[in-house]
Design a protein around this ligand. Structure first.
Ligand SMILES: C[S@@+](CC[C@H](N)C(=O)[O-])C[C@H]1O[C@@H](n2cnc3c(N)ncnc32)[C@H](O)[C@@H]1O
Length: 233
């Protein structure tokens, strides 16, 4: 699909602002994302697997959450951490996160990740369903940002989507294997172009290792890819 790449970052931000009030339907498998109760049970079980992997990593200390969204992962992080800095471009989404999580140890920052620079040194950087939205040509730049946010020996943990048509809405079409642009619709029919890159776990792990991280990337049976990477020095 040919779309002017310079507009994609802006379209993604607009899409998530406009989608804020209906975003949770995706994670809860409701509305256009409903694929049956049995499917939802599998989804929830696999999300639970990733929650446990995150807890096992013990994301303690000062945590930076990039693209925090409406708070599904912020609320998982809160019991482990001393403090969280939660960054997202959307004011609408940040407000929903604040309402869900309601914790005074979470500091919210409205910023574009591609422009924002860390204002502290963190023990852990977390990002959920964000890496897939980083344009491929900005992959190295994004990981350099993560590195610059971490103290020596600090860790990144991430979760993202596997390539399956059952993950997205029933009226979305998966792009071709090598196409990184997807068309996304809202409940009212408005359409946006966004970046969506699906990673192979072994390939992602070796790319991170080659950039000096010590990474381990896994996937659940059907829906999620997740991993952690320790900053090498
Ligand atoms: C797929 S959602 C993930 C939200 C959350 N991490 C989760 O797993 O539920 C992507 C998030 O990235 C945010 N976002 C999109 N473009 C951004 C940008 N350039 N800078 C910061 N946040 C951005 C959106 O507002 C949205 O909340």
């Amino acid at each position: 699909m040919t779309v002017d790449p310079s507009t994609l970052i802006e379209q993604q931000k607009e899409y998530y602002c406009a989608r804020a009030g209906e975003y949770d339907e995706w994670f809860l498998r409701q509305g256009r994302y409903y694929q049956g109760d049995e499917h939802r049970a599998r989804w929830n079980a696999e999300a639970g697997q990733v929650y446990r992997a995150l807890a096992a990593c013990d994301p303690a200390g000062r945590v930076l959450e990039l693209a925090c969204g409406t708070g599904w992962w912020t609320e998982q992080l809160v019991p482990h951490t001393g403090s969280i800095t939660a960054v997202d471009a959307s004011a609408e989404v940040l407000e929903l996160n604040r309402k869900r999580v309601g914790d005074p140890n979470v500091r919210y920052v409205q910023a574009d990740i591609f422009e924002w620079r860390p204002d502290a040194e963190y023990d852990v950087v977390f990002f959920g369903f964000w890496l897939s939205h980083v344009p491929p040509e900005r992959f190295g730049e994004f990981w350099a940002l993560v590195r610059s946010a971490l103290r020596p020996g600090g860790r990144a943990f991430f979760v993202d989507s596997r390539r399956t048509p059952l993950s997205t809405a029933r009226d979305h079409v998966l792009p071709e294997e090598d196409d990184v642009v997807s068309v996304r619709k809202l409940n009212d029919g408005r359409q946006f172009h966004i970046v969506k890159v699906f990673y192979d776990p072994a390939d992602l792990q070796s790319r991170l290792d080659a950039m000096g991280w010590r990474a381990a990337v896994s996937e659940t049976a059907e829906f999620f890819l997740y991993g952690h990477a320790t900053r090498g020095d």
